[in-house]
Design a protein around this ligand. Structure first.
Ligand code: COA
Length: 193
């Protein structure tokens, strides 16, 4: 979920070192919190929430590291009543690392990880003005040869009393991650502490 009307334009990539992808561990909580905090477009969550994501939800979250620093993050979970879906909660890429398709690589790595076996569709919510996010999820759909449908899920007036833009629920389907190859999958899945 995002703050309303504050999307900003990714900058050209200024990094060339290799990226590594892995599931988070408890010790990542503060750095993940700081990365999200640096993204103007994103709603802040409590630090405690980010620790829960890095522990209880670690197997369906993923981060990207560059020279030991966390530069990309995706939080997600399989809704208990819809386990064949992966719901993506937030995606955050550090400004210096944007524009090199890191966000969609994070999602592809997550979808091809063991914890996403059996996932048939990806869901997420986006505000209408977050152009880079729409483009990024359109790119994910292209990569999986899937289609996107969307409908208003949280209405600005009805659910946010006019204080926030409507959140559109996107569904990207079908997802067949078993047919996808990623060259940067983590060799080991970190366990939640
Ligand atoms: C959205 C975000 C995660 C994308 O990260 P990224 O690694 O740069 O994403 P990608 O490179 O995979 O894709 C971004 C796409 O948006 C396009 N784009 C970026 N800014 C744009 C703009 N202002 N107008 C039009 N297109 C734009 C890029 O060209 C790219 O599309 P392309 O690959 O077809 O050329 C990153 O910008 C970010 O962290 N933003 C702040 C937090 C946020 O809004 N998160 C998403 C909501 S949860």
């Amino acid at each position: 979920m995002q703050k309303s009307d504050k999307g900003h334009r990714p900058q050209l990539a200024s990094v060339s070192s290799p990226l590594t992808f892995r599931h988070p561990v408890r010790e990542d909580g503060q750095a993940v919190h700081d990365l999200i905090d640096s993204c103007e477009a994103l709603d802040d969550n409590s630090l405690y929430c980010n620790f829960l994501q890095c522990t209880h939800f670690a197997s369906t979250c993923m981060l990207a590291e560059l020279d030991g620093e966390i530069v990309g993050w995706v939080s997600a979970y399989r809704p208990p009543e819809e386990p064949e879906a992966l719901f993506v909660w937030q995606v955050a890429v550090a400004e210096a690392a944007r524009g090199r398709r890191l966000a969609r690589r994070l999602i592809a790595n997550l979808l091809t990880s063991e914890s996403c076996e059996g996932v048939e569709r990806l869901k997420t919510t986006i505000t209408p003005d977050n152009t880079s996010s729409w483009r990024m999820f359109e790119g994910v759909a292209d990569e999986f040869d899937a289609k996107i449908t969307d409908k208003v899920w949280l209405c600005g007036d009805e659910h946010f009393a006019g204080d926030h833009d409507s959140e559109h629920m996107l569904t990207i389907a079908p997802i067949d991650a078993s047919a996808t190859e990623t060259d940067d999958m983590p060799e080991q899945t970190a366990q939640a502490a």
